[in-house]
Design a protein around this ligand. Structure first.
Ligand SMILES: Nc1ncnc2c1ncn2[C@@H]1O[C@H](COP(=O)(O)OP(=O)(O)OP(=O)(O)O)[C@@H](O)[C@H]1O
Ligand SMILES: [Mg+2]
Length: 352
């Protein structure tokens, strides 16, 4: 049997072995580093990043099962190298080929409007003629498929095994949640989430992009740190609402980005005020000036106040960001200006 023949058969069989807890196989996860057939003994080298001994054990058993009854392989010897995720992170965050600028939209607190800001920003930048990608990095509560009204399944590029983003409203969209298929994200544990996040961010076929917007999950924990240490960001946008409880968490987010030397592009205050329909009366429901004050205190730019606008919510729920669907609404106008402003910050200056 020629080297090509047996290798092909071995790879095909290994593609049937799933990484525990995932619907993807160990070949496309990049776990198999080397293989050799000595007589009827198949020698495999695997590299995993989790210290959990149950993972290689389970994978090993499944590999052996996959070769049961296959004549040319009578035994399988597996050598496993455990490289902790920190080792990967220590090599430093990297850019993504073909992508000019990468921006993360973050907050400490949940529900302040990151995904709404990210969706409107992406669509606005695309409207202005830029090539834009949007990556929903919220494994546990992905929103962008709903906000952009895009329910295409995940396609894998033949030959490269990379994931092909969907396209909607002129924006290329990829979501971590889409990839999990039927696997419950709740079943993922710490090291697996780290590994999954790193692999995911490296495996999307974005093509040429002017800007890639990352919609981060709320918080400043392991997932957020993994993201910012995997992808070299050009900057982070911090979304907050005006009240102290959100500002405290925004402060933590700023501290996290500073720790890993990511530039803070600025603070944007969402749900700043409400205009009573049919009037010009402004109601500052969550207080006033909190975002601006915090930006000043942190010595970062303040990028504006986005009103609380039922039209923004409705459009988001219907898969058409307000900046596209109702550009003349109160929030539509503000989002347009905000997108234009950010585009200038990204492309016209290197200083904040
Ligand atoms: N300016 C706004 N006016 C009206 N509704 C808004 C506005 N911003 C966000 N919303 C609504 O508030 C809800 C939460 O917003 P969104 O999902 O964008 O927050 P998030 O910070 O991404 O949340 P999570 O932390 O869960 O990811 C959504 O229903 C959204 O439509
Ligand atoms: Mg969100």
């Amino acid at each position: 049997m020629s080297r090509n023949e047996w290798q092909e058969e071995v790879v095909t069989r290994l593609r049937g072995v799933k990484y525990p807890g995932f619907s993807r196989d160990i070949i496309s996860f990049g776990l198999v580093q080397d293989m050799a057939l000595e007589g009827t003994e198949l020698k495999l080298k695997l590299k995993i990043t989790t210290p959990d001994p149950a993972v290689p054990e389970k994978i090993g058993k499944e590999i052996r099962d996959a070769f049961k009854g296959y004549g040319p392989v009578k035994s399988v010897t597996i050598e496993t190298e455990v490289a902790p995720p920190q080792a990967t992170a220590a090599t430093g965050a990297q850019g993504i080929e073909g992508v000019k600028k990468i921006v993360a939209v973050a907050s400490g607190k949940g529900g302040v409007g990151k995904s709404t800001v990210a969706a409107n920003l992406a669509v606005r930048l695309a409207q202005s003629g830029l090539k834009v990608g949007l990556c929903d990095c919220d494994l546990y509560g992905p929103s962008q498929a709903l906000m952009l009204g895009c329910w295409e399944g995940v396609r894998v590029e033949e030959g490269t095994e990379r994931l092909v983003p969907a396209e909607c409203h002129g924006v290329k969209l990829m979501s971590m949640g889409m990839l999990l298929g039927d696997d419950s994200p709740a079943a993922l544990r710490g090291p697996m989430v780290t590994r999954f996040t790193q692999q995911f961010l490296r495996q999307v076929a974005w093509g040429d992009l002017d800007v890639l917007v990352l919609d981060l999950p709320p918080g400043t924990g392991d997932i957020q740190l993994t993201i910012v240490q995997t992808v070299a960001l050009d900057g982070a946008l911090i979304v907050t609402t005006p009240q102290e409880v959100a500002l405290v968490d925004a402060r933590k987010a700023i501290a996290m980005f500073r720790k890993v030397n990511v530039r803070i592009l600025g603070v944007v205050e969402n749900m700043s005020y409400f205009i009573v329909p049919g009037t010009t009366q402004k109601h500052e429901i969550f207080g006033t000036g909190g975002g601006k004050k915090e930006a000043k205190r942190q010595e970062v730019p303040f990028l504006g106040e986005i009103p609380l606008d039922p039209e923004a919510r409705e459009c988001g729920d219907h898969g058409k960001p307000v900046v596209l669907e109702r550009p003349n609404s109160v929030s539509g106008k503000v989002f347009s200006e905000f997108g234009n402003h950010l585009s200038k910050i990204l492309f016209l200056s290197n200083s904040s």
